[in-house]
Design a protein around this ligand. Structure first.
Ligand SMILES: [Zn+2]
Ligand SMILES: [Zn+2]
Length: 290
């Protein structure tokens, strides 16, 4: 656990109790579930140990998974120019055509440049102060599930606070966040099209969330992977019939985040909607299911 993070005493006690309960469940379910993840963990450890321990891994993993997860939406944007059905799924279909290949390309070079000059060196330093021990045992499926959910709940809360602060403090908005709002209508790759400081802060928030939760490295890898997917889905510009927010109503999804980019306020949380509902910053999206 990251001792530098300022959890209060009562928060710390509550979290230790949650971890104790979680460990009981892990032990109960561990033996039954162990083979499921143990093979995967042993393969990853034996084949990829050096890569896993590399200080450059977080930035490389974040950049590459982001690119790979954006690929289906690049295909969808290309299809949109010839297929009416695909255009109807676009949230802002009336406001603008799908982004061009040139927009994708310009965005790619901007993001790559910021990763190289800022995100890669700083996250490498951050990694060097973390523990490098890889455990022998894989987590049970239950432990992995609880750790990933805990990471998301914590990351969502921290992001909400940071995002709201950037909007409420004019200096922070102008110097850090405004660049991300150049996209009034978003597309998948734009999820990472932000200032170097914002990109870095988001990656550090994700790494810190996993550190505070005390995740197993395999749980952490799943968390970062799903985190990248949800960020891409938030910005993809499509309200797809199979999107996660249609299945899980507590997620905001692309219409929720597109509303934030359109009106420049409200819907500050990245994924869940409870913080915006609780603090009165929720804005209904104008998307109509098709
Ligand atoms: Zn914003
Ligand atoms: Zn955004």
């Amino acid at each position: 656990m990251w001792k530098g993070f300022s959890l209060g005493v009562s928060d710390g006690v509550i979290w230790e109790e949650v971890k104790a309960v979680m460990n009981v469940h892990s032990t109960e379910h561990g033996e039954a579930n162990a083979p499921v993840l143990q093979c995967l963990w042993e393969y990853v450890k034996s084949a990829q140990e050096e890569i896993l321990l590399s200080p450059y891994m977080p930035a490389y993993y974040a950049f590459m998974t982001h690119l790979l997860l954006c690929a289906p939406f690049l295909a969808l944007d290309a299809l949109g120019s010839v297929c009416q059905r695909v255009r109807l799924w676009r949230i802002a279909a009336d406001a603008s055509p799908p982004p061009s290949l040139q927009q994708w390309s310009e965005c790619f070079w901007r993001v790559l440049y910021k990763y190289l000059i800022c995100v890669l060196p700083v996250t490498a330093l951050f990694q060097m102060v973390r523990s490098h021990a890889l455990p022998e045992l894989a987590p049970s499926v239950w432990q992995l599930f609880v750790e990933v959910i805990a990471c998301f709940l914590l990351f969502d809360m921290l992001f909400y606070i940071w995002h709201l602060t950037m909007h409420r403090v004019p200096w922070l908005y102008r110097n850090i966040h405004q660049l991300h709002h150049q996209h009034r209508i978003t597309f998948a790759l734009a999820a990472q099209d932000a200032s170097s400081v914002e990109l870095l802060s988001l990656l550090l928030l994700a790494l810190s969330s996993a550190w505070v939760v005390g995740c197993h490295p395999l749980s952490e890898a799943f968390f970062h992977l799903i985190n990248s997917w949800l960020a891409v889905e938030d910005h993809c510009g499509y309200d797809l019939p199979w999107a996660l927010h249609r299945l899980l109503p507590f997620l905001g999804g692309a219409p929720f985040h597109q509303a934030h980019h359109s009106i420049h306020s409200g819907n500050y949380a990245p994924y869940f909607t409870h913080w915006d509902h609780l603090f009165g910053t929720y804005r209904a999206s104008s998307s109509h299911p098709k």
